[in-house]
Write a protein that binds this ligand. Sequence first.
Ligand code: CTP
Length: 400
Amino acid sequence: MSDRVALGVGGGIAAYKAAELARALMERGYSVQVIMTRAAEEFVRPLTFAALTGHKVITNLFATGGAEDTLSSAIEHIRVAQDSQVLVVAPATADLIAKFAHGLADDFLSTTYLAFTGPVVVAPAMNTNMWNHPATRANVRTLRERGHVIVEPGSGPLACGMVGPGRLPEPELIAAAVMRALEPVKQDLNGETVLITAGPTQEPLDPVRYITNRSSGKMGYALAADAKARGARVILVSGPVAISEPAGVEVVRVRTALEMRQAVMDRLDESTIIVKSAAVADYHRAEVPQQKVKKTSTRLTLDLDPTPDILAECGRRKGNRLLIGFAAETENVVDYARRKLEVKNCDMVVANNVAQAGTGFDANENEVTLVMRNGEVPVARAPKSAIAHRIFDEIVKLKK
Ligand code: CTP
C-alpha cells in the first residue's frame, strides 16, 4: 500500500500552488488526503483538490448534517492522523504556525496536527514583515526544536508588492522534503557510544562574576539528537545553555572547563566516538576569591591561567576512538582547522567561519567545512540539524 500524505492547505495566495504539490506527491506514488482551512477555501475550491487526488477533501471540524454525521466528523481528525505517514502543511500561514507552536486546536487541520505523531513538514508563505516578526520567528523556532522540517520560504516579489522572503517554496522542493522525512533514519551508529560536549563554559572571577565564550549549544544539541536517531547511546556533556535537552540522551551538566574535563575523562573509556563541539574557555582564574571583589577607581588587572585543553588530552588518549574537534575561526579557516587536526590528533575538524553573518554562534543555521586527513568536505549553509546529519554521515564513513 502506498504511503499516505496528509496535506494541510492554509489560507494564502499561494494556496493554489498546493495543487501542484498534491500532483508532485502523487507522481512520487503517495496517496494524498487534503485538509483545507476555512480561509484556504476562500482562495481555492475544494473540488480542485478532490479532482486531483481522487479523495474527498476535508474542510470542517464539525459537519453540518445530523447527529451521526457530527459524531463521525468529530473523530475523523484522529482517523486521518492515524492513517497518514507524514503531515505536510503548505502554505503554512503565520496563523497556522502560531497555532501549531502553541497547541491551539480549533479546526480540523490544527486538531489533526495535535493528534499526529509522525514527521511534520511545514512550508511557510506570507508577507515578509509577518515572516520576520519576532512572534513568527519564535513560533518557527519552536516547531524546529520539536523536530519538524521547515522548508524555508523563497525570496522574491510577493503578492502584496513587497520584495523579500515569504514566497511558498517550489512544490518540487516541498515534495523532496516530504520524501526525506519519510525515509527511515539508518541505524548506522548502533552499538556506538557517542560522547558530545556542547555549549560554553563559565569561569568564575569571584562569586558573582564570570568569563565565558559565545555559544548557544545548538550545534552540539543537534549533534546529540542526530546520533541518538542513528541508534547510538549518547552522552551529552553540556555547559550552561538555555535550550531543551534532546530526548533519550544522557545529559551531564557542567559549568567550568575543569568540570567539563573531568566529565569527559570519566566517560572516555566507554566512548567510541568523541565530538567536542563545546566552546571551552581557554583561560580561567585558578584561585577564585571567596568574596566579591569590590570596585575601586584604579585599573584592575586579571591574572588568568590556561585551562586544560580537553580535546588535546582526548587526542593523546584516544586509542582507536574517533575524535572530532571544532574550530571557530575568523580567518584562514581551513588552514587553521587542518593545523588543529594534526596538533590535537583528531580524525575530523569541523571548521566554522564565525565572522559570517547569519551562521555560527546563536544562529539556527551554519555553514562549515569538514576537514579530514584525506581531504575536505564543504557543507553549504543549512539548519544546524541538517549540518549535524552531514557531520555524522562523514563520521560513519570514517568508521568503516
Ligand atoms: N577545546 C577543548 N579544551 C579547551 C579549549 C578548546 O577541548 N580548553 C576544544 C573545543 O571544544 C574545540 C577545539 O578545542 O573542539 C577548538 O577550540 P579553539 O578554541 O578554536 O582552539 P584553540 O586550541 O583554543 O586554538 P586557537 O585559540 O588558536 O584558535
